[in-house]
Ligand binder design. Structure first.
Ligand SMILES: *Cc1c(COP(=O)(O)O)cnc(C)c1O
Length: 486
């Protein structure tokens, strides 16, 4: 019988067992979790245990039932959405942090890397000198950035929205291709989802500058406060990059906060072939990037950058609490030096966002960059962008394939076509279902100008050209099969 004293495990042994199970998983020879014949659900679905089974059994359950029935996301051929598996460096760093530094605050090596990695990340992504804060993902990172925008816009009219709430209607401008977390952020920030003015895009999915100018002029005439211009540095749909320079100049001219959502696409700046598209980034008041997308961090790592974190402090500051600040004050004013990691919290990241308790994410980003350096990251980004371009090139030369959006970054939207198919949307939807069920090449779908597209997005560290070749082979084979069935 296992009683409360459960901390008896030997991590070296247990982690090496789990490591072996994970290496096995990464061979991707197992079937999908929902493959008929898998009976993990019967095994796992038990009533609340009154008696524990002990750590060895927990380890065995992980190895035999849980890990092998995990997610297809880390598969090299998985190119759905914009998500991927973590690399080993990320897994090692986050495992280390979970034991050795459960919190990011206090003066530890982990806390030091929180800041150092933010600086590295900013420098690598062309926004060196900006100040950052980590959060759980692009959703929260956008919220934090727009919290800064709200603070800035209202302070200019002599009002503190964080303390007193908003006292007038505002507008946020983003393209109709913006990520839907922008609207949600507006809702959470109390300005309302309808504060978002969706600006029309051009044929390539980029915000139309003239349409933005008109919208701002209309709002100014109607006495609405412009709060932020949100630009995409890589849309989720097609990877399009808004005209950052032109949008940034408009923001400067009207003194409107300029936010760049680079959750997915910001590391694209490493590819010399497209880095000119990022011109104007230096005009941004805030920028976000998700290391858990292109950089290979385990999910739960995003960063918001601003020019001066004090704006975030004013936007997200908490009222003082005796249970926090009180316990780290080194009351002895004659010896203000910090001599113990608990003498002070260090940089108060918890006042620059919405999380108090938070894992150390900096060590993960540090590990990723330290392992392969900027050169390694650049090679990855270029490889993935080249894969999307190759796919587009191949599809254009093939009578049964059609490109629906020319790649900017590592997304290529395309579909299967033939003069004999009457409903191409439905056909490609069916093709996509079959493709996914083969469990090898798994793009998602989207709509480009109303047409259903297969949409691979290559961000996985394990993905290479062979996944493009495999995807093309599978799409053509399944497409021909479906045609011959009808
Ligand atoms: C993925 C994405 C987000 C949301 O990020 P999460 O990490 O999934 O919360 C926001 N904006 C863009 C452009 C994205 O691609």
């Amino acid at each position: 019988m296992f009683m409360e004293q459960a901390e008896t495990g030997n991590l070296q042994t247990l982690l090496s067992l789990i490591g072996a199970g994970l290496d096995e998983y990464l061979k991707f020879e197992h079937p999908d979790a929902l493959h008929p014949g898998n009976n993990w659900r019967e095994y796992l679905d038990r009533p609340l245990p009154q008696q524990g089974v002990g750590i060895e059994q927990v380890t065995q359950d992980l190895l035999s039932q849980i890990i092998p029935n995990g997610s297809p996301v880390p598969r090299p051929g998985f190119s759905s959405f914009i998500t991927t598996g973590s690399t080993s460096a990320s897994t090692l760093a986050s495992t280390a942090a979970s034991i050795a530094s459960p919190q990011r605050y206090m003066h530890t090596a982990f806390n030091f890397l929180e800041e150092l990695s933010l600086q590295w990340l900013a420098e690598m992504c062309g926004i060196g000198g900006m100040q950052g804060v980590y959060s759980s993902g692009g959703s929260v990172a956008n919220l934090v950035a727009l919290g800064g925008a709200r603070q800035s816009a209202f302070e200019k009219i002599g009002h503190d929205p964080a303390a007193d709430g908003v006292n007038q209607r505002v507008s946020v401008y983003a393209s109709e291709e913006c990520h839907h977390t922008i609207q949600r952020s507006c809702g959470i920030l109390g300005i309302g989802r309808h504060a978002l003015r969706m600006i029309a895009c051009d044929q390539k999915g980029r915000m139309q500058v003239d349409a933005l100018k008109r919208a701002i002029a209309e709002d100014q005439a109607a006495g609405r406060l412009p709060m932020a211009i949100v630009a995409n540095a890589g849309t989720t749909n097609t990877g399009a990059i808004d005209p950052l320079q032109a949008l940034g100049e408009i923001a400067v001219e009207h003194s409107i906060w300029f936010h760049v959502d680079g959750a997915y696409g910001l590391p694209g700046i490493l590819d010399e072939q497209i880095s000119p598209l990022f011109q104007g980034l230096e005009l941004a008041d805030s920028v976000i990037v998700d290391p858990h997308k292109w950089l290979g961090a385990s999910v739960g790592v995003a960063a918001t950058f601003v020019r001066d974190r004090q704006i975030l402090y004013r936007a997200f500051t908490q009222e003082p609490a005796d249970y926090l600040e009180g316990s780290v004050e080194h009351g002895d004013q004659s010896a203000p030096a910090i001599e113990h990691s608990l003498d002070d919290f260090g940089i108060p990241y918890f006042d620059f966002g919405v999380e108090l308790s938070s894992p150390c994410r900096g060590v993960v980003v540090w590990a990723l960059i330290r392992e392969i350096g900027v050169h390694g990251m650049r090679e990855r980004v270029k490889r993935h962008n080249a894969m999307a371009r190759y796919l587009a090139h191949y599809a254009k030369g093939h009578p049964n394939l059609e490109v629906l959006s020319e790649p900017t970054l590592s997304i290529c939207c395309f579909r299967y076509v033939s003069p004999d198919i009457s409903d191409l949307d439905q056909f490609n939807q069916r093709l996509h279902r079959r493709l996914v069920r083969e469990n090898q090449y798994m793009p998602s779908t989207t709509r480009v100008k109303g047409r259903l597209a297969l949409r691979p997005c290559f961000v996985g560290a394990r993905a290479n050209q062979s996944q493009v070749d495999g995807l093309l082979e599978a799409v053509l084979r399944i497409g021909r099969g479906l045609e011959s069935e009808s």
